[in-house]
Design a protein around this ligand. Structure first.
Ligand code: ZN
Length: 433
């Protein structure tokens, strides 16, 4: 981006248009946003997958316009993008902030009735007496670090939507803060709100070059202080078995029962390398769907591993198991189809280590202890990192995503806004020195 001779001009927006408009708190924004149902859905044949997301996209674009953001646009796939121009003399790389607009298909996002717990006393929070649903710190340990804070919980019938409307609200507060504080120096800031993250498609139609940032952060993590830049390598693995059906009465030495062959295949995989037996950096094979008769059977797996070599080794191991089945029962008995989904973003982030350092420093400046945690999943940021936009993930202050036990701390959300502001300053400082 070229240096502007009159860089102050970028902030010479019609300042009177903002006069008299009250700054909205992150809590107010959040409560507004969760009133729109943006649950995404698999296989609707449209992008975004649901209309609610488009309605939300329009609302966010209007708000960005009203705040004075530049180049506010909604793509044909419902991606909202906007910019704040640089107000610096120095030419520094553009920095992006990204959050997703949809909520998980795993739980209802319709008619969310948030309840505010003013000053959490550390006890059990009854979400819904009729349904017997409670948030109990004995079960949900994270509650213990929020005593004395203001929490937002559900009524037990829907999710809350902090994943990721907390992130959206925090980024919008960042925009509002930067617009109302032109004395804060920054390079070009790019804002992106994406649809369909929860069904794994959030990066599909993300136009990295149109977005215009060299680096970005997704604001889509959980507990305050989390910084994530290591995620699983992930692929889908479908195994399709062909049997030979013969009348059971005369099947001796002839029948090949596809279902039994499938079980044999499953038994060849390491029994303890499954999600229920692994944690941290440990990878797994996860059988998530199966069907079968005598003629045909199929097993659907996902394979996950942080380590790329071990990930490839797992794929080879599965291929070997299929090879063995084919040797034993005849060529074509087992067919393995592997489809890579995403890779560990670590190798794309490590060359830009400062992204993690700045996030850590921004947290420390907000008196939050940074915690680097490996993600046992993938993120949009992982895919974006491989699309040329290195993109670690930072916390939102929400917990227990994707279900009715989801909750967030208003205090944490306020801290995240502070962290984002610090991050912009840190990045500017780090780059212009
Ligand atoms: Zn999310």
């Amino acid at each position: 981006m070229k240096k502007k001779s009159n860089s102050g001009d970028l902030f010479r927006r019609p300042s009177n248009s903002r006069k008299g408009r009250r700054i909205m708190t992150v809590k107010e924004r959040f409560l507004n946003y969760i009133s729109i149902n943006t649950r995404s859905e698999e296989d609707t044949g449209q992008v975004p997958s649901t209309d609610g997301q488009l309605a939300f996209a329009r609302m966010l674009a209007d708000e960005l316009d009203a705040l004075g953001a530049e180049k506010v646009r909604i793509s044909e796939y419902g991606y909202v993008m906007a910019e704040l121009g640089s107000n610096l003399e120095a030419d520094i790389p553009a920095l992006g902030f990204i959050a997703h607009m949809d909520t998980s298909p795993d739980a209802s996002g319709e008619n969310i009735k948030p309840r505010i717990i003013e000053n959490y006393d550390g006890g059990v929070i009854v979400l819904n007496e009729e349904l017997g649903m409670c948030l109990d710190p004995a079960e949900f340990e994270s509650l213990k670090s929020h005593v004395g804070e203001q929490l937002i919980v559900t009524d037990g019938t829907t999710l809350l939507g902090a994943d990721d409307k907390a992130g959206v609200a925090e980024i919008m507060c960042l925009v509002e803060h930067l617009v109302s504080h032109p004395e804060i120096k920054h390079g070009k800031i790019c804002i992106g709100f994406t649809p369909d993250e929860e069904i794994g498609n959030g990066a599909d139609y993300f136009d990295v070059s149109d977005f215009g940032a060299q680096f970005a952060y997704t604001v889509d993590g959980g507990e305050l202080g989390e910084i994530e830049f290591e995620n699983f390598n992930g692929c889908n693995a479908g195994v399709y078995f062909k049997g030979k059906s013969i009348h059971p009465g005369s099947a001796k030495n002839k029948m090949i029962n596809a279902s039994l062959v499938a079980l044999e295949f499953a038994a060849m995989l390491p029994m303890a390398e499954t999600p229920q037996h692994t944690e941290g950096y440990e990878g797994f094979y996860h059988l998530h769907d199966m069907k079968g008769g005598v003629e045909q059977a199929e097993l659907q797996y996902i394979i996950r591993d942080h380590d790329r070599d071990k990930f490839e080794e797992r794929k080879r191991f599965m291929a070997l198991a299929a090879f063995y089945i084919n040797k034993k029962y005849g060529e074509g008995t087992a067919k393995l189809i592997i489809e890579d989904r995403y890779f560990n973003m670590k190798e794309k982030i490590v060359p830009h280590r400062e992204l993690i350092e700045y996030a850590g420093l921004a947290m420390c400046a907000a008196e939050v202890s940074p915690k680097i945690v490996p993600i046992r999943g993938g993120t949009d940021g992982a895919r974006l990192s491989y699309m040329g936009l290195p993109c670690p993930n930072i916390c939102t202050g929400g917990h227990n995503f994707h279900g009715p036990y989801e909750y967030c701390s208003v205090n944490s959300m306020e801290k995240v806004v502070e962290i984002l502001i610090n991050l912009v300053e840190q990045y500017t400082k780090g780059k212009s020195e």
